[in-house]
Design a protein around this ligand. Structure first.
Ligand code: ATP
Ligand code: MG
Length: 427
């Protein structure tokens, strides 16, 4: 029997995992400057957490859910996205309470699961970094979140970015626009894709998000939500645009952008990049928006939220394509070379002493000759080798060699840690 990883999953091996660590560390640093703290929620939730939040006409819920009944017959879902679980946790832990500072700002990073057709940058288990901020209706917070997404992508060395924004307005806006869309699409009902036929009356905004070619012509000429904004919704959108202008963040407005999830209102946005690595045209790498009704939908009080999610696999494909230099951790501090049968215990103690002092150390475990051990030291890019044979053991010293200069010195075994500390301090 030959085992293979499940379709649409990936093994992240050493050599690549360093890149993931770099991305995660960089994100943590950026999030910290904006005062977002990490939240960790379960990898699976009750099915309703997602069906209620993402909307039961969304692609995610209708086609892409990894849901199943567990042995206790509970209907659970591997999380397809991060926001719903965070909102569930926000409500369950009463993070809206008076003792909690507002806005409440959190970030998460981890795997998400969607049953999709795997292709470049599209997997069944993929990873997102995301942020959520609760408890302020200010458009300044929308823009802080957008600016943070931009900041992050710039920090990752990506510069060919395009910000596209839209507004979905408030409830009154949605209601008016919904009717306008139905009126516009109904005469073309027979020409729509099957998905769009099914969604037209339940949720006509979904039709705008359709990827089916037969729907595209109607999307292009659809009425614009911008013509249906209430004065309040217009003000919020105008403020968001003014704040973006103030930060010199360029943007385009796409009035047909609705995003794949039902819970958004007011400002929504996508940050796109143009890269052949991810196929033709623009690809969305970071997407999000405001969701003022979601906390209530999941059983909490009326508390607003805004956030984004960013796909890590797509980010890494882009960083590779753009040849972004990532720091690689490929230096070893010390390789201990043991000569002869008697050196084994001393070698063991020496690597342990070096590691206890906080430095990286490696040795041979295959009884190889000194020459082969030095070769390993080279391959591992060792800064120093420490050689011990019968003479050194008798004298309780090691032969310490600087691999860059070739300079050698004898160091008392008792002084190994202190000597390394002095030498490596300059690196
Ligand atoms: P798309 O239109 O490409 O399917 P989406 O609207 O489903 O994207 P979101 O739900 O907004 O995507 O997720 C945010 C980000 O997560 C995306 O911009 C993308 O970078 C990433 N992403 C989404 N689905 C996948 C997947 N199956 N594999 C890898 N990354 C993904
Ligand atoms: Mg999708």
């Amino acid at each position: 029997m030959k085992y293979q990883r499940p379709k649409g999953t990936a093994d992240i091996l050493p050599g690549d995992s360093e890149k993931w660590q770099y991305v995660e560390q960089t994100a943590r640093q950026v999030f910290k400057t904006y005062q977002f703290k990490e939240i960790r929620t379960p990898m699976f939730e009750n099915f309703e957490v997602f069906s209620r939040s993402a909307g039961d006409t969304s692609d995610i819920v209708t086609k892409e859910m990894y849901d199943f009944h567990d042995k206790g017959d509970r209907h659970v879902t591997l999380r397809p996205e991060g926001t719903a679980g965070v909102v569930r946790a926000f409500v369950e832990n009463k993070l809206y309470g008076p003792q909690v500072l507002k806005p409440y700002k959190v970030y998460y990073m981890g795997p998400m699961f969607r049953y999709e057709r795997p292709q470049s940058g599209r997997l069944r288990e993929f990873h997102q970094l995301g942020v959520e901020a609760f408890g302020s209706e200010s458009a300044a917070l929308d823009v802080e979140v957008i600016a943070m997404g931009f900041h992050l992508l710039k920090q990752f060395g990506l510069n060919d970015l395009k910000l596209v924004i839209n507004t979905l307005g408030d409830q009154a806006t949605r209601d008016a626009y919904r009717q306008a869309l139905i009126d516009y699409l109904e005469p073309h009902f027979d020409e729509l894709s099957d998905d769009s036929k099914a969604r037209l009356h339940k949720n006509p905004l979904r039709v705008l998000d359709s990827k089916a070619p037969e729907d595209q012509a109607f999307v292009a000429d659809a009425p614009s939500i911008l013509d249906y904004l209430t004065p309040e919704a217009q003000t919020h959108f105008d403020q968001a645009k003014a704040y973006l202008d103030a930060l010199d963040i360029p943007y385009e407005i796409d009035a047909t952008m609705v995003r794949g999830l039902d819970y958004y209102n007011h400002t929504i946005f996508e940050i796109m990049t143009h890269s052949k690595a991810l196929g033709r045209g623009y690809t969305t790498i970071c997407a999000g928006g405001r969701y003022n009704g979601l906390v209530k939908e999941l059983g909490g009080p009326e508390v607003s939220g805004v956030g984004f999610g960013l796909g890590v696999e797509r980010l890494l494909v882009l960083m590779d394509a753009e040849k972004v230099a990532m720091p690689t951790d490929d230096q070893l501090d010390v390789y201990v070379v043991g000569i002869g049968d008697n050196a084994s215990v001393t070698t063991l103690k020496l690597v342990q002493a070096v590691r206890n002092a906080g430095y990286t150390a490696e040795r041979d475990y295959l009884d190889r000759k000194p020459k082969a051990q030095f070769k390993s030291a080279d391959r591992l890019n060792a800064r120093y080798t420490m050689t011990v044979g019968d003479t050194e053991i008798a004298d309780q010293v090691v032969n310490l060699k600087d691999m860059a200069t070739g300079k050698e010195q004898q160091v008392a075994m008792a002084d190994v840690a202190a000597t390394l500390k002095a030498l490596l301090a300059s690196h």
